[in-house]
Design a binder for this molecule. Structure first.
Ligand code: MN
Length: 260
């Protein structure tokens, strides 16, 4: 059987202005793009700053949504004043991603959040963030490793995964070493969202929306561990498989509708 169904994975982008010529680009981290492709998906760029109906039209063509890492969410979206260590917000990216998460959760579209994506899921659904772990949390763990190639593949700490979670079933275990490139974290989890992993200092490291086809988010960067870590490969594969199922049902209808 060589025929394949390649699900389309919506990938919100970040706008970047080239300093040498002032031209604007939409970019995406190469390992996110590669992991989607390697797991059998087709990445679809979702630009910021589009008219709402264009964003909606693009959203309606995709079979899954991947929220990648990036800068800090503007604290206005969870009702907080900006902490001194919180980065300058990218408002158009915040607005885009918060909207996409709410649509995806409402529609049961498969959703994978990574790092900032984990935080965007929480804020979109009504939760809050700790704005700066180093100044607000007493911990021996360094969660905010420098964002450099060596540190991105470094296992900075372990996470304990809730045994009954979707995440534990996907990863096939409850304890894993992970990388850690975040200075913010989930503070108050959103209503109806389950916390599914912690670091040993209590910092929340994963969330999921229960009773969904796939609505999982993690605080670490599985795309940087992907090549030599079978558990992280299973995370992407399970996400793409859920999107493939979504694609199948979008084209042919749900099984219960077809047999009714
Ligand atoms: Mn961490």
């Amino acid at each position: 059987m060589t025929s394949k169904l390649y699900p389309l994975i919506g990938l919100p982008t970040t706008k970047f202005t080239r300093p040498d010529n002032g031209l604007d680009y939409y970019f995406s981290y190469h390992r996110i793009v590669s992991a989607i492709v390697h797991a059998g998906g087709v990445p679809v760029l979702i630009p910021t700053d589009m008219p709402d109906e264009d964003t909606r039209a693009l959203y309606e063509t995709v079979d899954g949504l991947l929220l990648p890492g990036g800068g800090d969410v503007d604290p206005q979206f969870y009702g907080a004043e900006r902490h001194g260590a919180t980065q300058t917000p990218d408002l158009s990216r915040d607005v885009l991603e918060l909207k996409l998460v709410r649509w995806a959760v409402d529609d049961d579209l498969p959703l994978l959040g990574i790092c900032r994506g984990n935080q965007v899921v929480n804020v979109a659904l009504g939760g809050t963030l700790t704005q700066d772990i180093p100044s607000e949390v007493q911990t021996p763990i360094k969660h905010d490793m420098p964002n450099r190639p060596l540190e991105r593949v470094l296992r900075a700490h372990e996470v304990q995964v809730q045994p009954e979670s979707h995440l534990a079933r996907i990863l096939q275990g409850t304890r894993f070493p992970v990388n850690s490139l975040h200075h913010q974290a989930i503070q108050q989890p959103a209503p109806g969202v389950n916390v599914t992993a912690h670091a040993d200092d209590g910092v929340i490291e994963a969330l999921e929306v229960p009773n969904k086809r796939f609505a999982v988010s993690v605080q670490w960067h599985p795309e940087d561990l992907y090549l030599d870590d079978s558990a992280m490969q299973r995370l992407f594969q399970a996400f793409i498989e859920a999107a493939r199922q979504q694609h199948w049902e979008r084209v042919f209808g749900r099984v219960d509708e077809r047999t009714a």
